[in-house]
Design a protein around this ligand. Structure first.
Ligand code: SER
Length: 316
């Protein structure tokens, strides 16, 4: 199948490209960033700016994908530093993708939403159908993306699907998210022997290991439409405290020193997010099940981080 991925140079796309090629998909990337050295052969890498509708239209018209995985976005921490840019990329960029999909008859658009779509004060674990009152620019643009996708589905018949991701952890370069403290514990812990987290040790939000996250996207994208009662699903895996993540790193790297110096702005964002998600709809309707708990993730991740740190083509 021919698949277009926006923002594939980011944290999710980097790990997703080889998996799509492995299953025989034809993959086209649309990204502002140049083709990275790690991009597998066989991927067509087209550079462009998602905020310009004519550039998005041209790439969709010329490549005619059946599905678009729309990953291009500014994450929460960066979004609070440059909110105008987050609006342009996440709002205008997302509308440009839906509009190009409508104009050139793309069958399915897959959208990556987030725990940041939720705001504070919700009963835990947080289900799919609660009021969405995000406090960040990132969160509000993701809520808008969910609703815009439903609009394009109801009005123009585009098959719209999406997941609300927990914080994602992989052997990669953090992408400007507030959940990045978890990834930094592994990467900085292995590179520098120490890391000072910008949150409290008690901070608890949902996390997921990237192989589970990518599998969730592909399984929902492929699920029979008649089984799906909604467009966007909570998906969950683990909800460790920051201290528990630090302990998992320390259990495998005994000399590491992880300390906590909460940054008030980032802590406030983390405190506004769910501590745990209720993903029972995803589990019932398309058999979602995560595979990696904190220990299995840490065991799998740490050799990959070590390899990443030894790769001279990647700046970590
Ligand atoms: N990982 C994201 C962030 O921290 C949450 O979706 O912005």
């Amino acid at each position: 199948m021919k698949i277009l991925i926006t923002g594939a140079a980011g944290q999710i796309g980097t790990d997703m490209l080889p998996l799509l090629l492995d299953r025989g998909d034809e993959v086209v990337v649309f990204d502002l960033a140049p083709r990275p050295a790690t991009c597998p052969d066989g991927v067509v890498w087209l550079r462009g700016d998602i905020t310009y509708p004519e550039e998005v239209n041209t790439v969709v018209e010329q490549t005619r994908p059946e599905r678009i995985f729309h990953l291009a976005a500014i994450l929460s921490a960066t979004g609070e530093s440059i909110p105008h840019r987050a609006w342009r990329v996440n709002m205008d960029g997302t509308r440009n993708v839906f509009e190009a999909a409508r104009l050139f008859a793309v069958t399915q658009v897959f959208f990556t939403s987030t725990i940041a779509a939720f705001g504070p004060g919700l009963a835990q674990p947080v289900g799919d159908d609660v009021p969405l009152r995000p406090t960040t620019m990132y969160g509000l643009t993701k809520v808008a993306g969910e609703r815009l996708g439903e609009y394009y589905e109801n009005t123009f018949g585009i098959d719209f699907r999406g997941v609300r991701f927990p914080g994602l952890i992989n052997a990669g370069i953090p992408g400007g998210g507030t959940s990045d403290y978890a990834l930094f514990m592994y990467v900085n812990g292995m590179r520098d022997g120490r890391y000072e987290a910008f949150c409290t040790p008690e901070t608890k939000i949902p996390f997921m290991y990237m192989p589970d996250a990518i599998r969730a996207m592909l399984e929902l994208s492929d699920a029979p439409k008649e089984n799906l009662k909604r467009s966007v699903y909570n998906i969950a895996a683990i909800s460790p405290s920051a201290q528990e993540i630090a302990d998992a790193v320390k259990a495998r790297l005994p000399d590491v020193v992880i300390t906590f110096a909460p940054d008030p702005r980032r802590q406030a964002i983390l405190d506004s997010w769910p501590q745990a998600l209720d993903d029972s709809n995803a589990r019932a309707e398309w058999n979602w099940a995560h595979e990696f708990d904190l220990d299995a993730m840490s065991d799998d991740l740490m050799p990959k981080v070590r390899a990443l740190l030894g790769d001279p083509t990647i700046r970590v």
